[in-house]
Design a protein around this ligand. Structure first.
Ligand code: HEM
Length: 512
């Protein structure tokens, strides 16, 4: 053999070894893996690409629902992954979120600390700041509506306005000052920055190995410049917050609630760096989700006039003024039972985080059985909130917006509602379930009650009126005109609904 032939031979051997490795791994995944006998999309037998691909396109919730229709209530969603759409999957013991599985103790500590800042008493103290932003949100709508008194306003894109509100509230809560998105465009780049971050996390959450090949350089070419802008803003906010703390100007925010708190179990406190890193995480966790919930609520109330009339009547007969609308001490909000039912129904129809959330079956547990399917330890178990909340067994006629399904009546006994409640999981459940629920309901109920108090509203006319809705003849799963459409990547992006407003109460005080 000539010496120069050696490299060619080595390349051939390397390719041969690689091929053999692939053949062994993929044959094992296909025929010998503990989940081999489970039905599911063909590609998911071999690779996690299935979830990553649909997540990248923002359609994982829709494709998962289709897969359940085809394969049943449990299917194989990856080589070591099972997806369920039943209540049992959410209540299964011995499964942990993949993040918590990495360091459960650290997660438990952080969780206990953050929960102190998100406790009901802290939320009551924070509410005045939250309401200032809700009033600004109403003021922006009032500006549009008062341009033509007595007439319908120009259409307002509620996705934009609700995002501004959600981000400003989380800025105030996490960093002690609003980002000013409701005031003007300077910091509105934050919305794209957070969307890109959550899109990236969604894809990598489905296929963690992709993170190693730094795919974001292709998927998000603008990511690094956006990150620079984002970090510059965060650094400035941090500095200003610390200055405010030093000269006693600081408002009630996350920092003030937990800066001196200690963890009862470990006696440890948050370092400043930890606190800021949590504040940055909360920005993603709390802004996009709540604004999606509020936008969806505007969508459904503008499509279902009987529900709109009922909730408007309830709000307008419960409160005597716009100022009375709050969730604090002596609040009348608990009397607004139908409003709460509308909020829950909007989050059932269109859960803000609807994709598949994975939990790992903990090592040493010996595996678990869910709905008769054995899942070995180390495998992931997932459920899509969107699919569970559209499971007809729990929610008949699941694509109809029907707030009455949450209210006891002759045809809707308490037991039926209790069953539905178990399958109502927009905030997920368990050790990784959402600790920001109280704040989310506070924001959703005050913003919608104030909008109904000050204005009448309807879907815009013409082409703008259908933005955000499903389209007859559209892609599979996006054909229902009365369903608000989300591009789902962990949290969600959306456009519309465009809504027109008419003033019904004096807003001069708000406009001053
Ligand atoms: C409608 C509004 C909201 C919805 C639908 C929602 C939904 C969720 C869901 C589904 C999870 C679990 C994610 C997983 O299992 O991986 C979660 C976690 C979380 N949410 Fe929310 N959320 C909302 C609002 C908020 C708000 C306002 C805050 C904070 C102020 C917040 C803070 C968090 C945090 C810190 C976690 C992580 C919990 C942990 O890892 O232990 N969320 N949320």
């Amino acid at each position: 053999m000539a010496f120069w032939g050696l490299p060619t031979l080595l390349i051939k051997v390397a390719i041969g070894v690689l091929l053999l490795r692939f053949i062994i791994i993929y044959s094992h995944r296909w025929f010998l893996n503990a989940l081999s006998h489970e039905p599911g999309p063909f590609i998911a037998k071999f690779t996690d690409w299935y979830g990553a691909y649909h997540s990248a396109l923002g359609q994982l919730h829709i494709r998962t629902l289709e897969a359940h229709k085809r394969y049943g209530s449990a299917f194989r969603g990856g080589p070591n992954k099972m997806v369920f759409n039943t209540v049992t999957a959410f209540h299964a013991p011995g499964v942990f979120n993949i993040h918590t599985a990495i360091d459960k103790e650290l997660h438990r500590f952080k969780r206990r600390m953050i929960s102190q800042g998100l406790s009901d008493p802290c939320m009551r103290e924070f509410e005045p700041s939250l309401l200032e932003h809700v009033d600004k949100f109403v003021r922006n709508i009032a500006r549009a509506a008062s341009a033509q008194p007595g007439q319908w306003s120009a259409p307002v894109n509620m996705s934009e306005q609700c995002k501004y509100l959600g981000f400003d509230i989380m800025g105030e809560f996490g960093f002690g000052q609003s980002f000013g998105l409701l005031d003007g465009p300077t910091n509105r780049f934050l919305i794209d920055a957070v969307t890109a971050a959550s899109h990236r996390s969604a894809v990598y959450g489905q296929f963690p190995d992709l993170a190693k090949v730094k795919l974001e350089k292709i998927l998000y070419p603008r990511a690094s410049s956006m990150r620079m802008k984002y970090m510059t803003l965060m650094t400035r906010l941090l500095r200003e917050r610390l200055e405010a703390e030093e000269d006693g100007r600081a408002k009630r925010d996350l920092f003030s609630f937990i800066v001196h708190a200690t963890d009862e179990e470990t006696g440890r406190s948050f370092s400043q760096a930890e606190l800021w890193s949590e504040a940055r995480f909360l920005l993603i966790a709390g802004s996009d989700t709540t604004s999606t919930g509020l936008t969806a609520l505007f969508f459904y109330l503008s499509r279902y006039p009987e529900c709109y009339d009922k909730v408007a009547r309830e709000v307008r007969s419960t409160f005597r003024s716009g100022h009375e609308i709050h969730c604090g001490l002596n609040s009348k909000m608990p009397q607004c039972v139908y409003l709460r039912a509308c909020i829950d129904e909007a989050m059932r129809m269109t859960p803000p985080a609807g994709g598949v959330l994975w939990r790992e079956v903990s090592k040493g547990s010996g595996g678990i059985v869910i709905d008769g399917h054995y899942v070995p330890e180390g495998c992931d178990v997932g459920a899509s909130i969107y699919c569970v909340q559209h499971n007809e067994e729990y929610f008949p006629d699941s694509f109809s917006f029907c707030p009455d399904r949450w209210i006891v009546s002759e045809g809707n006994p308490k037991e039926k509602i209790e069953l539905a409640r178990q399958a109502f999981v927009p905030f997920s459940l368990g050790p990784r379930g959402c600790p920001g629920k109280t704040m989310a309901y506070m924001e959703l109920s005050t913003a919608m009650a104030k909008a109904l108090w000050y204005f009448d509203f309807e879907a815009a006319d013409g082409d703008l009126g259908v933005v955000g809705a499903g389209k007859l003849g559209g892609p599979p799963g996006r054909q229902r005109p009365n369903e608000f459409q989300l591009i789902d990547h962990l949290t969600s992006t959306h456009d519309g609904p465009y809504i027109k407003y008419k003033l019904r109460e004096d807003v001069s005080e708000l406009l001053r």
